[in-house]
Design a protein around this ligand. Sequence first.
Ligand SMILES: *Cc1c(COP(=O)(O)O)cnc(C)c1O
Length: 389
Amino acid sequence: MSDFEFDTLAVRAGQVRSQFGEHGEAMYLTSSFVFENAAQAAARFSGEVPGMVYARFTNPTVNMLQERLAALEGGQRCVATASGMSAILATVMALLQAGDHIVSSRSIFGATQQLFANIIGKFAVTTTLVEATNLDAYRAALTPRTRLIFIETPSNPLTEIVDIAGLAQIAREAGVLLVVDNCFCTPALQKPFELGADIVIHSATKYLDGQGRVLGGAVIGSNETMEEVFKYLRTAGPTLSPFNAWVILKGLETLRIRMEAQSAATLELARWLEAQPQVSRVFYPGLESHPQHALAMRQQRLGGAIVSFEVCGGREAAWRVVDGTRVISITANLGDTKSTITHPATTTHGRITPEARAASGITEGLLRVAVGLESIEDIKADLARGLAR
Ligand SMILES: *Cc1c(COP(=O)(O)O)cnc(C)c1O
């Protein structure tokens, strides 16, 4: 299917029909599969003959999702997992061993930092965190035991942009893998493989489902590296349920349309926020005022659906904006058709020290809005209420 356009792949890639010829993708809720005879069972178990065995590592609905996501990202193979965090865990457990080293952007999802420091850290895998936008810092942090470089772009919540192509060159020269968590852009807006990345990771919980229904994750890469991730999944079992796979499959069908509509609405909201006197700063890659606007527009099709902004008056003023909302949900989640608002300093980044928070630019007046599909006029009115008070 790979010679088809993105929109066709999003709707049709990976679909397999059963003997009944169902039009939509079928949901296979079965834990195991039966064999015609002993020889077939043996051949399936050994992997000599492809086919379904047991739902910890083979399921037709999950396979359809894996094929579709691999096609959309332009990677060779996808391994789906139970959540975004288990996708990251599966990647590092499959590819690293004690003594190995990770160079990671400092501006990554909080749980990913915890995973590197406290979970795989217990198994003598070390991590060096560097400033997201400074390519020299990644190069300087490399050691002979570095196996992978890990990034997210744009970062959350400050929308810093990592130069994927530039970093891919550094990774290639050093012989290490570049891993991109493509959660915020999705393949509808950004194709890390085309820029030289080796592995793409997703929290499918966010935009891939896009409607806040299920958890899921995915790792995409070459056949060779994904075989290792698959072996980890087969043995350790952080498996995506077929039900969740089916929901995410249907989510992918509208991915581009949602990402474009939500990005357009976010750009409009970002411009409006820039014009509000109570707002001192707006962080959005689609704005000309973003320090890396040119880079962002080279590697992303659009700015994405997350905007952060600083209100004058610190925490008190920021909380007034949060509490003034009637439409926007007060929650740390994102990637939903329902818009959400978060005060990072007291929620997602509340557990780090005030000094570390200040160093990473998370001020008391900072708010993050993940824009959904409601009318943008209602979203503006929602924020205006708290800003005016
Ligand atoms: C949410 C998120 C994750 C973790 O995904 P889960 O599905 O919640 O486990 C990882 N990376 C990023 C960028 C995220 O936003």
